[in-house]
Design a protein around this ligand. Sequence first.
Ligand code: AMP
Length: 413
Amino acid sequence: MGMDKLSVRDLEIAGQHILVRVDFNVPLDGERVVDDTRVCASLPTIRYILDQGGVAVLISHLGRPKGKVVSELSLHPVAECLEEHLGVEVHETRDCVGPETESIVKRAKPGSVVLLENLRFHPEEENNDPGFALQLCEYGSAYVNDAFGTAHRAHASTEGVTHNFVSCAAGFLMEKEIRYLGVALTEPARPFVGIIGGAKISGKIDVIDNLLPRLDSLLIGGGMAYTFYKAMGLEIGRSLLDVDRIGIAEMILQKAGASDVKLILPKDCVVAAEISEGVETHVVARDQIPPDLEGMDIGPSTRVSFSKEISEAGTVIWNGPLGVFEIPPFEEGTKAVVEALVEATRQGTTTVVGGGETAAAVAAFGLEADLSHVSTGGGASLEFLEGKTLPGVAALSDVEEPNEEEVQYQESE
Ligand code: AMP
């Protein structure tokens, strides 16, 4: 999926209302936004529209109100947060559709912002209802999607609306997501190293399948490594095991063995009796896991070998923590990988991190700004790496490249 999509930069904005799908699905603590990362990520697109003399009409969902008005899931706290960041008044509506909303939107002057209330207060949003989409379309002369995090869902605000606009463009955040994830899949600087971790092998099989033929090396860590050990005939004590997927792990090992891809599993691990802060930990070789203990993290010698692979890479793509990073004694592996990625980024390596838990891990160490790209979309980045088409991206207008004949014709004129 290359970046052949229309950009917000290509739109006529001055004096126009632009309907912008943003991802304001932020964590709230009653009346306040607890983490404003997503609000900040949307600022470049909003500011650009305002600077160009347009009206930014913002639409988003928040949480899972299941098609009903749930006052705790109002976007009001987000409006306040956005207002602080922008330094411009944010006009709010009590509903995302209806005559009152229409009149607030119509009255908005160039350079102003309107935030419509939570889209998911209406079941029509998730049902991708064409009538509902049409109502949203009334609010702008062009459409911008900057909500990568919901691009894997075909909802009224991400897919339905696009049928009624001539110009459907990617916002700056959307562009950045597609550029970094897309370049990694299609034209990575080599060596191309993939790091896959996390608890569940089930959620990552399609990613591994899609990445494996493109990679030079694949590093596997996290809870899923133990299912691979089992497939290799090792004893894993009380470590996480997905019995139903031992066969799949075996197949992946065979596929990698038959190809030029270097598949690297941890050589040592940190084991403990239980997942708790004060618990006693031990480092053991992977073929020495005691029957009564559980593998929680990659060991020190694996940290060194993973860091070396990262330091020699041209491109790294990473999804899934290497250990139970939420609990301090088991954060070392994930931390070492983040630090190696930061150093590699300084040396010119392109480092791309999938969203969700992995992004949370990077954020926990405060290092997200030191990597090339940390995706804002958990499910969406996984589906992208699986090679699936994201409906919210596919629905954006294609930029027509002049074909060769046309170019020649123009030149000979
Ligand atoms: P996932 O959603 O599959 O990417 O899994 C993320 C979770 O995997 C994180 O919450 C980690 O705590 C957990 N995790 C990582 N390594 C292990 C491990 N060795 N055993 C159990 N859980 C793990």
